[in-house]
Design a protein around this ligand. Structure first.
Ligand code: 5AD
Ligand code: SF4
Length: 451
């Protein structure tokens, strides 16, 4: 039996695609390798949204050459996902020891491409578009109790900096029946939490049904009896009152929303083609907080977009402080060839961008720390993910607000035995990026698995 190893870069969509790549390979008779060095087939599922992931990929693929020249010439290396889609057969000129290149629309072709490569020819296949959803392929879930469920792929927005519409194509929605049937099957399989995925979930259904049916989809997914529902990502311009109402009404909806703002200055928001103002963003945040008091909010922010002045950047700091995000993912702008912004003169030097980034990161850390401190003393129903990364005796779990909690493994239990259960936890301590907590004994007659 041949073995495989999948290395994933980038977003949740890619993590989901990787689960399906693993599922496909298992269904084709491969088994998982323990390490990249011992695998017969190495698959890179790639991201080109920002320069960093792109560079790291080419670095890592290049370094695998030694594996092939050092005694394992038969190892097959496949590069797929967004870089495959973007670069096509030029991947082979940049890193000639690659055997297979595939894109974002043809994951299902991977086993056949590997067969072709084994027969001695580099196999490259990229489709310009497709309507395949990774969720329709065989699955090999990373965690038995959690599942990603794609509801849309692609994006119809054209944010000036973003390569996603180029590599993932126009937005296509899956049918509501397919989504609901998948979630129902997952519930029957023991899944506790689903994350509905799309580049802009709020516009779900527009291409298929003529108008967004995202709130309706949330109701239908909740009706399957799934315990916890999350979704990502939301574009602020499309976050409707009905979606906010669904967040408030449905007990399975977790009180957490990722709402990328990208910038705090109206001038830069316009240049980014985000189509909302900071005032409109504040208004959405107010509506969400009024409907779901205490909801946790996170965001994405870009620093150093072309034309960003110190004043514009001050607007970003001001917006972040006013909204008081629970968390923010922060990025230094990198031009992506083929996007409208790549044609703009780069006006912000690297050191200036870095200095602004550091100031923003400090603010984000302070806000996150403050939000975590406010949690101390509360009791939260936490979904146990397993052992923490560093210590087998420490559990990692998620609060409904998506905060990470570290908890000592109780006597007589193991992290593995508790993984996937929902347990009451008292929050006892706060750190900038995580909480400490202790399990509350559910008492006689109550199961730790009730949630
Ligand atoms: N440069 C920097 N950050 C970017 N993002 C997308 N494109 C770029 C780019 N060219 C960020 C956005 C997006 C997140 C996934 O990545 O903040 O929300
Ligand atoms: Fe990119 Fe904008 Fe679409 Fe998000 S909404 S994927 S940032 S184009």
């Amino acid at each position: 039996m041949k073995s495989y190893y999948v290395r994933t870069f980038g977003c949740q969509m890619n993590k989901h695609d990787s689960e399906r790549i693993a599922g496909l390979l298992e269904a084709s008779g491969y088994r998982a390798a323990q390490t990249i060095e011992t695998a017969d087939v190495i698959v890179f599922n790639t991201c080109c949204v920002r320069e960093t992931a792109d560079d790291r990929l080419y670095g890592q693929v290049s370094s695998l050459k030694a594996l092939k020249t050092g005694g394992r010439p038969d190892v097959l290396i496949a590069v797929g996902g967004c870089v495959g889609q973007r670069d096509g057969d030029t991947v082979l000129t940049q890193v000639p020891h690659v055997d297979v290149v595939f894109g974002t629309h043809n994951i299902h072709e991977l086993p056949a491409l590997l067969d072709a490569a084994e027969a001695g020819r580099p196999a490259v296949s990229i489709l310009a578009e497709g309507d395949a959803f990774a969720s329709d392929l065989p699955q090999q879930r990373e965690k038995p109790w959690h599942a990603w469920v794609s509801i849309t792929v692609g994006c119809d927005n054209h944010c000036a900096y973003c390569i996603v519409p180029t590599v993932r194509g126009a937005e296509r929605s899956r049918s509501m029946d397919d989504v609901v049937a998948e979630v129902a099957a997952l519930v029957a399989d023991g899944v506790r939490e689903v994350t509905l995925l799309g580049q802009n979930v709020n516009s779900y259904g527009r291409d298929r049904y003529g108008a967004s049916r995202f709130p309706e989809l949330l109701h239908a997914v909740a009706a399957t009896g799934i315990t916890r529902i999350r979704f990502a990502t939301s574009h602020p311009k499309d976050l409707s009152d009905d979606t906010i109402a669904a967040l408030a009404e449905l007990p399975a909806m977790m009180p957490y929303l990722h709402l990328p703002v990208q910038h705090g200055s109206n001038r830069i928001l316009a240049a980014m083609n985000r189509t909302y103002t900071r005032e409109q963003y504040f208004q959405r945040v107010e509506a969400v907080r009024a409907a779901v008091p205490g909801i946790a909010l996170s965001t994405d922010i870009i620093v150093g977009f072309p034309g960003e002045t110190e004043e514009d950047f001050a607007d970003t700091l001001d917006l972040v402080e006013r909204v008081a995000f629970d968390h923010a993912f922060t990025f230094i702008y990198s031009p992506r060839e083929g996007t409208p912004a790549a044609r703009l003169p780069e006006t912000v030097s690297r050191p200036v961008a870095q200095e602004r980034f550091d100031r923003l990161a400090n603010l984000v850390r302070d806000l996150s720390y403050a939000a975590n401190q406010a949690e101390v003393g509360s009791v939260r129903a936490c979904l146990v993910e397993g052992a923490s990364r560093r210590d087998e005796r420490v559990l990692a779990a998620r609060t409904p607000h998506n905060r990470l909690v570290h908890i000592s493994v109780p006597h007589g239990a193991t992290a593995a035995s508790l993984a996937g259960s929902i347990v009451p936890v008292r929050i006892t301590g706060a750190h900038p990026w995580f909480l400490s907590g202790e399990l509350i004994d559910p008492g006689p007659g109550e199961s730790a698995h009730s949630g």
